[in-house]
Design a protein around this ligand. Structure first.
Ligand SMILES: NC(=O)c1ccc[n+]([C@@H]2O[C@H](COP(=O)([O-])OP(=O)(O)OC[C@H]3O[C@@H](n4cnc5c(N)ncnc54)[C@H](OP(=O)(O)O)[C@@H]3O)[C@@H](O)[C@H]2O)c1
Length: 394
């Protein structure tokens, strides 16, 4: 393995660690760090929670704890890998770049530049000092494009928040290969158990979950996070707030066309979400339906930086048509499909993407990420997961 392959491998370990902070780090970015001595990991860390120590500090402390007698020498012979450019300013914690200077690392390798404007003024000066100190700096330009994209993608919500006061909306869809979202066999899931586990993880890293009244009536879903912390590989788990979209029938003829009611389940229990328990939370939850969903909802949604939509085809289509999303996470069941047939799988992807494009009327929608979700169960199906987004917004 060439040295650059090692660099990529350790950066991927940083990405894995960064994701452990997904529930609590926000509104800070998620970051992972590894310290490597002669190709062996000396210390690891991630940013656990906003206001707490940064990933670099945790990794250095880990390395010190494991090597209390000779850590100074070892650190000065080590490389430090970080998934995001180390901070050089005083926030809630001191600048990480000072620690990197202090321990005289051999190399600093990071895969994403921090666009935070607070970093700009001191960037050049602190890198000059680091170089003078004998630390080589390897930034995103020297990393493979693939790894850089993966690294940037980790903090897409954080970057979006720096530029916009609107939330990041992720539409989750589970469908068969033909795009149908309704289960063909009652009480059977469309997607496999690993995909469903992932959806719980997605819920856990969102602040608000939106669904429609028909989904609640037909499925009586719990819409909470049920897998354990360990299984989800999360540092903490949290249920998102819940918003159920329902068109009202209770108003005068004139108002009926104007009003939507947003209801939230009171006393949401772990296993049940009873329609009878649904009621408007406050007068503020009645929103005048303007020309489109976006205009009606935007003030309400601004309260929630990260939103996931898990609805049926009607509401999902409305969100896509109106461009009320930043990404679509689409799980496609390959039940009964020869997934070794490359051309067939390509056709399925293309047809699903076309369906989104037709709805959105936007040619710039693209698949920005794809992977297979394997199954542990022989009778279950392999799923294909694609992430669709407007490339121009990435
Ligand atoms: N595969 C999946 O990922 C998935 C996920 C969730 C649910 N499902 C399935 O989907 C089925 C239910 O689908 P569905 O689409 O009927 O239910 P839904 O998700 O509950 O959405 C329909 C509700 O949204 C409202 N709505 C739609 N567009 C709107 C707009 N522009 N403004 C305001 N309100 C709007 C509808 O009002 P109107 O009826 O008045 O238009 C209706 O009350 C169930 O069988 C469930 O199992 C599948």
């Amino acid at each position: 393995m060439s040295p650059s392959n090692f660099d990529e491998k350790f950066l991927h370990e940083c990405f894995r660690l960064a994701k452990l902070g997904e529930t609590q780090a926000f509104p800070n970015p998620i970051v992972g760090t590894v310290i490597v001595h002669n190709n062996l990991i000396l210390g690891k860390g991630f940013h656990r929670k906003s206001g707490e120590a940064h990933a670099e500090v945790n990794a250095i402390q880990d390395a010190i704890a494991r090597n209390p007698s000779n850590y100074e020498k070892l650190l000065s012979e080590s490389d430090i890998y970080v998934s995001l450019e180390p901070c050089n300013h005083h926030g809630k914690t001191p600048p990480c770049i000072d620690l990197i200077k202090k321990y005289k690392f051999k190399r600093l390798i990071f895969s994403t530049r921090d666009p935070n404007p607070d970093l700009n003024s001191a960037r050049e000066a602190s890198y000059k000092e680091l170089l003078k100190n004998g630390t080589e700096i390897i930034g995103p330009k020297k990393i493979s494009q693939e790894t850089k994209i993966e690294s940037d993608y980790l903090n897409r919500v954080f970057f979006h928040k720096l530029e916009s006061e609107l939330p990041w909306i992720n539409i989750k869809i589970a469908s068969y290969a033909d795009g149908s979202m309704i289960t063909k066999v009652s009480d059977q899931w469309i997607t496999n158990s690993n995909s469903r586990k992932e959806v719980h993880r997605l819920r856990s890293v969102n602040d608000l979950l939106i669904t429609g009244i028909n989904t609640v009536k037909m499925d009586n879903p719990s819409l909470n996070v049920r897998y354990s912390k360990v299984e989800l590989k999360l540092n903490d788990i949290k249920n998102p707030d819940l918003l159920i979209l329902k068109k009202t029938q209770d108003f005068s003829e004139k108002e009926r066309r104007k009003l939507n009611i947003f209801t939230e389940a009171e006393n949401r229990t772990i296993n049940e979400l009873k329609v009878s328990k649904l009621k408007p939370k406050s007068p503020g939850d009645k929103v005048i339906l303007e020309d489109n969903l976006f205009n009606s909802l935007q003030e309400y949604l601004k309260k929630y930086p990260r939103i996931i939509l898990e609805a049926g085809p009607k509401l999902t289509s409305s969100f896509i048509k109106e461009g009320l999303f930043n990404e679509i996470t689409h799980y496609i069941s390959l039940k009964g499909i020869d997934y070794n047939n490359h051309r067939l799988v390509q056709n399925i992807k293309a047809s699903i993407l076309d369906q989104h494009k037709v709805l959105r009327g936007n040619e710039s929608l693209q698949i920005i990420k794809e992977e297979f979700i394997p199954t542990n169960n022989i009778s279950d199906n392999l799923d294909l997961k694609i992430t669709v987004a407007d490339k121009t917004e990435q």
